[in-house]
Design a protein. Structure first.
Lengths: 341, 223
């Protein structure tokens, strides 16, 4: 992100009115490789291609905040790889990690990975470190430490059904698993901050939150996210595009100050659920509308979203969730124009 | 309805699998669906009556889910309790005294390892009296096709959680459709809508497990 974009984002989070209305998107491997015209495997395995794709995005849309910006990642494999999960990388499909916990008793055998050396993390960090001079040459600064959230990682390590039923059957084991993962995440986020002192934001992505009821969220979500987000950075950003009505009221307590949600809830309802204490990044339908072929739908959805708000402070206009595959440049431009009209 | 059958239904609704299960807390130490079904069958209770009570229980928990009164973990526990019951009822299915409504082949499409939605639908549909063939996660189109060849009158369910795997789901529908033009396919998952389902050529879209059960009932009635 440019310094100016970062300042704008901080103003939005602080509740200041910003003109023109801010537009931002979470961009990563689901969108960038296809948009740039390369395979997903090339995007992951060729640092030059990864850099150029990101550079083209920021050059084509200088007035859009791309979050987190130059995200060095390996899709859903990034953090599970550090725990030893087998990772599958099809040539032009999204990678995925295989389970490593066959039964809850295996949780006791897990050790906390070293983010300096384990799995894909050194590759991820070193790619970003090597690219840092060129990123800065392009006028951008590395601002976010990024990771999947503890529930999301747990679901990859043991399977989502197994994780959710274990919460009911052996809650103490799940607590132990989440404690281990949270310790790892603190180290991983800390290492990113140590490597790039310009980092002033934390970005966690976790859609397993959306499957929990209030009581489960209080036990298995809230304390861990709170621990991770209780830190001295300006932006504490959470993505959960699964249902969020249960967890949204807890966002301020989690110390989240920027939230990206799905499209099944209105910004107005979220403002109410959070007491307007959390800035929102969202939320027209990503696939049906933003990636669709009907241009009027994009303009209508963007206009409706802006007009639905009594005041437009504390909002970065975007789609619900991250930028989906297949969104063309012209659709993004239409969206920007419609928001700012 | 006999009291034991009612209690089995209550165990299913509350997700009380067996005596050893600590969930739900207020039923800890009590017999669960497993033990009570065994006792009921031993006492000569009609298997069909047990099944119907459990189907009603699954409908109730599904409705609570629809009203956000319970969430996915409770649904999974109810489905597991239902599975404990159907394990006891299997011999009655096989003997023909309890008739399966049809065969439902389900899987999470290639490239997606999420199994929550798929498992919930699978367990609810099975609990509703269907024979379910669960192909698991990351299922390639060929695997669906092989399974359909073995059960040509089946209904197919495709699940996906990731927005990114919609492409894979669409490809799976097309490949199945090319070989089995008249087969019924229902799709479901967080990134889907009825519109996307139609675009990819599916016959139906289910928003939640109860929706899948309703859709299956409707197509069964229509056929």
């Amino acid at each position: 992100m440019t310094d100016q974009q970062w300042e704008v984002l901080k103003k939005v989070v602080g509740g200041e009115a910003v003109k023109p209305l801010p537009v931002g998107f979470i961009v990563d491997c689901p969108w960038l490789p296809n948009w740039y015209g390369v395979t997903i495997l090339d995007y992951f395995s060729n640092d030059g291609v990864w850099f150029d794709a990101n550079l083209k995005a920021i050059s084509d849309f200088p007035d859009v905040m791309f979050l987190p910006g130059f995200w060095s990642e390996f899709g859903m494999c990034t953090e599970p790889s550090a725990f030893g999960a087998r990772c599958t990388f099809p040539s032009d499909e999204f990678p995925f990690a295989h389970k490593i916990i066959a039964s809850v008793d295996d949780i006791d055998l897990l050790t906390i990975p070293d983010p300096r050396t384990d799995g894909l993390l050194p590759f991820m960090l070193n790619r970003l470190r090597l690219a840092q001079p060129r990123i800065e040459e392009a006028g951008h600064t590395i601002r976010f430490a990024v990771a999947r959230g503890p529930l999301n990682i747990a679901s990859y390590l043991m399977g989502s059904t197994e994780l959710l039923t274990a919460m009911m059957m052996q809650p103490e084991k799940v607590q132990r698993l989440l404690t281990t993962i949270t310790s790892f995440l603190k180290g991983w986020l800390g290492l990113q901050r140590e490597t790039f002192p310009s980092i002033d934001g934390i970005f966690l992505l976790d859609d397993i939150i959306g499957f929990l009821g209030k009581e489960e969220f209080r036990s298995f979500g809230l304390p861990f996210f709170k621990e991770l987000f209780t830190t001295d950075v300006s932006i504490r950003f959470l993505h959960n595009d699964a249902p969020c009505r249960v967890s949204a009221p807890f966002l301020p307590e989690m110390n989240v100050n920027l939230f990206n949600m799905g499209f099944d809830i209105t910004l107005a309802e979220l403002k109410e659920l959070t007491g307007d204490r959390v800035a929102l990044l969202g939320n027209i339908p990503p696939r049906d509308v933003l990636a669709g072929i009907d241009k009027t739908k994009i303009v209508d959805a963007a206009g409706k979203m802006v007009n639905s708000l009594q005041n437009t402070t504390k909002v970065v206009f975007s789609c619900g969730g991250g930028m989906p595959p297949g969104v063309r440049s012209e659709n993004i431009r239409l969206f920007i124009d419609a928001v700012r009209k | 309805m006999n009291e034991l059958v009612e209690t089995i239904g209550r165990c299913v609704e509350r997700g009380k699998i067996n005596k050893a299960s600590p969930f739900p807390g207020d039923m800890k130490g009590l017999d669960g669906a497993d033990e009570l079904t065994h006792q009921a069958l031993e006492a000569g209770t009609d298997a069909e009556a047990i099944l119907q009570a459990c189907i009603a229980a699954m409908v109730r928990i599904g409705e609570k889910f629809g009203r956000n009164e319970v969430f996915v973990p409770e649904m999974l526990m109810a489905a597991k309790a239902m599975k404990a019951v159907t394990e006891h009822l299997k011999p009655f299915f096989q003997s023909g005294s309890v008739q399966a409504k049809g065969t439902f082949i389900i899987g999470t499409v290639a490239g997606d390892l999420h199994d929550i939605g798929k498992n919930l639908v699978s367990m609810f549909v099975e609990g509703n009296g269907w024979n379910v063939v669960d192909l698991g996660v990351d299922v390639k189109p060929e695997k669906f096709i092989d399974a359909i060849r073995k059960q040509p009158k089946c209904v197919v369910g495709l699940s996906a959680l990731l927005t990114t795997t919609i492409v894979s789901m669409s490809k799976t529908v097309q490949e199945i459709r090319a070989l089995f033009p008249s087969i019924n396919i229902v799709v479901g998952g967080a990134p889907l809508t009825m519109e996307i389902a139609k675009e990819m050529g599916a016959n139906g879209y289910a928003r939640d497990p109860q929706g899948a059960v309703r859709w299956l009932a409707a197509i069964r009635e229509a056929s």
